[in-house]
Write a protein that binds this ligand. Structure first.
Ligand code: 3HC
Length: 297
């Protein structure tokens, strides 16, 4: 049995895990960072090789912010020595844990897990960072579903404390315990959830975001006033429209679609305003325009 099964990961530099992160977008780069920050060796890849240099730059910037506030002791360049990028999925090699963090499309994830399953050693854990797709369904792609699990991080990963851990029907208890221990070792607070659509977090969040969008769609108030209400009246760190832009409107729509399909309930149906924005390429911060404009004074 691998050493980390069922007991907490220790200190950086001690009992290092080998972690593979597949997908170097916002979430994947954040996940790679927190593993490396905690002393683990990381291999990071993405089907679009061109994003790898910007992922490393972004990780360096984030580490520098943390170092300036004395939240980490190591120099960013030192932490980065533990992150290796590879251009092809076949090159990720043998690891203790594989974490998928690609876009929210079922078939793409299923295909990827079949590849990971061919590469991964028998003792390794295979995890998905999916926001809403069924972990049970994804687990059918691997030979040993007992070591398949959901490990859902939050954006920005280096700052957000929570990791939602999702147990599928066939996930072994030892896998849950290992992933709880690994999450704690990353300095995170794990919560466990059954495999229900949206798990806990997005089942709560999506109706909030949807109602805010409907307030805007129905002309109840402006985007700024809706967000100010949530920030000043409800003490949310970001307003729901600002948060939607931050997550990515395409991602929000994908999550709502999964919840709507699975529960069949109107409360999760993506509102027209969101569909129209996504269809016209207004994806939030990453596209420069969403409910707000970015990159302008
Ligand atoms: N790396 C390192 N540090 C970072 C960082 C990063 N990527 N992003 C922010 N920080 C730090 C800043 O340096 C700052 O530290 P300080 O307070 O000690 O100076 C602190 O975090 C706050 O950042 P800012 O001052 O830049 O800005 P804010 O005060 O507005 O905070 C925020 C930014 C942490 C993103 C805050 O607005 C927030 O918590 N927003 C809500 C985020 C949220 O809800 N995330 C979950 C989204 S849902 C999700 O991810 C699930 C998925 O399935 C959809």
């Amino acid at each position: 049995m691998p050493w980390w099964r069922g007991r907490p990961v220790c200190c950086p530099g001690d009992d290092r895990l080998k972690a593979a992160v597949i997908g170097a977008g916002t979430m994947g780069r954040g996940i790679a960072q927190v593993f490396a920050q905690s002393g683990h060796d990381v291999v990071l890849t993405d089907m679009n090789q061109e994003v790898l240099p910007s992922a490393l730059k972004n990780i360096w910037d984030s580490l520098e912010r943390l170092r300036k506030k004395s939240l980490i002791e190591e120099e960013p360049s030192q932490v980065l020595t533990r992150i290796r990028t590879v251009k092809q999925i076949d090159e990720i090699g043998q690891n203790d844990i594989y974490i998928e963090a690609i876009f929210e499309k079922l078939n793409a994830k299923m295909d990827l897990f079949r590849i990971i399953d061919r590469i991964a050693p028998k003792s390794s854990i295979i995890a998905s960072n999916t926001s809403s797709i069924s972990i049970n369904l994804l687990s059918t792609t691997v030979k040993a579903p007992g070591r398949f699990i959901g490990m859902h991080f939050f954006n920005p990963v280096p700052v957000m404390k929570l990791v939602e851990i999702i147990k599928a029907e066939r996930t072994e208890q030892s896998t849950v315990e290992s992933v709880v221990a690994i999450a704690r070792g990353l300095g995170k607070e794990p919560v466990t959830s059954k495999d229900f659509p949206g798990f806990i977090s997005n089942r709560i969040l999506m109706p909030i975001l949807k109602e805010a969008m409907l307030c805007l769609q129905e002309g109840v108030s402006t985007a700024q006033e809706i967000d100010r209400t949530a920030k000043l009246g409800l003490n949310h760190p970001m307003g729901p429209l600002e948060l939607s832009d931050f997550i990515g409107l395409d991602v929000v729509m994908d999550i709502m679609e999964v919840l709507y399909t699975e529960f069949g309930e109107e409360r999760f149906k993506p509102p027209i305003i969101l569909r129209n924005m996504v269809n016209s390429g207004m994806l939030g911060r990453k596209s420069g325009i969403g409910f707000y404009r970015y990159g302008e004074e």
